[in-house]
Design a protein around this ligand. Structure first.
Ligand SMILES: [Mn+2]
Length: 348
């Protein structure tokens, strides 16, 4: 299908039904994309419900599908900033929801679906996924069928959350404080599901950016923990290391935030920020303005040690079992020192 036919199908999809459910990722881009779907659908006179879970693995779990199906019985579903195939969740989705119409809006891996509509900025606009966040794709889509002017602040939050400021400066410059909301979303999701869902419910009610800014940080102690980790990481930084490893000691899920902050300050360097989780380590991997595609590197190396992962060229996530952490570290450093396989290419 060519890009304009795809775009028109997506436009039709959001106008065709009366009751939609949205599953969105739990980071600032995912939540902004989800909230923009809600605002857009409501302005088209539709009913829209939205769910996410604090842990990414749970957002598209069978339990979640069953609970959404019995609570809302939606007529159509939109999944944003997540790809069910990448999470091994597509079969169970179809098992629970049968032939329900499905639109997937994502900027991660591209997958073709025989019985769902999938849109991706690479296919729509020929722009790399890591340079066109989901919130902006959703904002563009709904802007083409209804007025979204009152909600551009939500797009700004997604853009800042996914570090896409330099690609969409015209939206971001109107909302210089968007980062405040990105941080608050992070604080809520780092604590637990209930905090995240409460905060999203408050954001959904906000009628303007100023109103959203007046909602206090639901968990300021998380922001403090992030600052402490950054100070500790900086004090350990040694020049010339292939990879900067740092294990988070805080009880909160803050590895992504810490990784974003340090990688912005040290562009070109590779950071792996780990946190113990279950019987393994989950990790956030970052390399801003680097030639290395960390998403491909982490996917390839972690899977050799019983783990997994993936993501964009500058930002990715993964996990490995505790028993193979040391071997994994050696192999990953080797991969980064001779990264022929993992250079950023045109299809990144
Ligand atoms: Mn995203």
């Amino acid at each position: 299908m060519d890009s304009s036919a795809l775009w028109n199908k997506a436009k039709t999809f959001v106008q065709e039904y009366s009751q939609y459910h949205i599953f969105c990722d739990s980071d600032a881009d995912g939540i902004s994309a989800g909230l923009l779907c809600v605002k857009g659908l409501e302005s088209l006179g539709k009913i829209a419900t939205l769910t996410t879970r604090a842990s990414r693995e749970d957002i598209l779990s069978s339990d979640e599908f069953l609970s959404v199906d019995s609570s809302y019985s939606p007529e159509a579903i939109i999944i944003v900033d997540l790809n069910p195939v990448s999470f091994g969740a597509y079969d169970s989705f179809r098992l629970v929801f049968g032939e329900i119409p499905l639109l997937i809006i994502d900027h991660h891996e591209i997958h073709a679906y025989a019985d769902a509509l999938f849109i991706h900025p690479q296919e729509l606009f020929g722009i790399r996924g890591d340079r066109y966040c989901s919130a902006k794709v959703v904002f563009d889509l709904f802007s083409s069928v209804t007025s979204m002017d009152a909600h551009s602040w939500i797009a700004a939050v997604g853009i800042v959350g996914d570090m896409n400021e330099r690609f969409f400066p015209e939206i971001v410059k109107e909302f210089p404080q968007a980062k405040v909301l990105v941080d608050y979303i992070f604080c809520a999701s780092a604590v637990d599901e209930e905090s995240l869902l409460d905060y999203i419910a408050e954001l959904r009610l906000a009628q303007s950016f100023d109103e959203a800014l007046r909602i206090p940080n639901p968990h300021p102690e998380v922001a403090l923990a992030v600052q402490e980790e950054i100070v500790s990481l900086r004090s350990q930084l040694k020049a010339g290391e292939a990879v900067h490893w740092h294990i988070i000691s805080s009880p909160f899920s803050i590895s992504g935030w810490v990784a974003n902050s340090v990688s912005v300050d040290f562009p070109g360097e590779v950071f792996v920020i780990l946190r113990e989780k279950g019987n393994g380590f989950s990790m956030s991997v970052r390399a801003q303005h680097s030639r290395i595609h960390v998403g491909r590197a982490i996917k390839s190396v972690a899977s050799r040690f019983g783990g997994g992962g993936g993501g964009h060229a500058p930002a990715a996530g993964g996990w490995v079992p505790s028993s193979s952490l040391e071997e994994f570290k050696k192999a990953f450093e080797e991969a980064i020192r001779s990264p022929q396989e993992f250079l950023v290419g045109e299809r990144a």
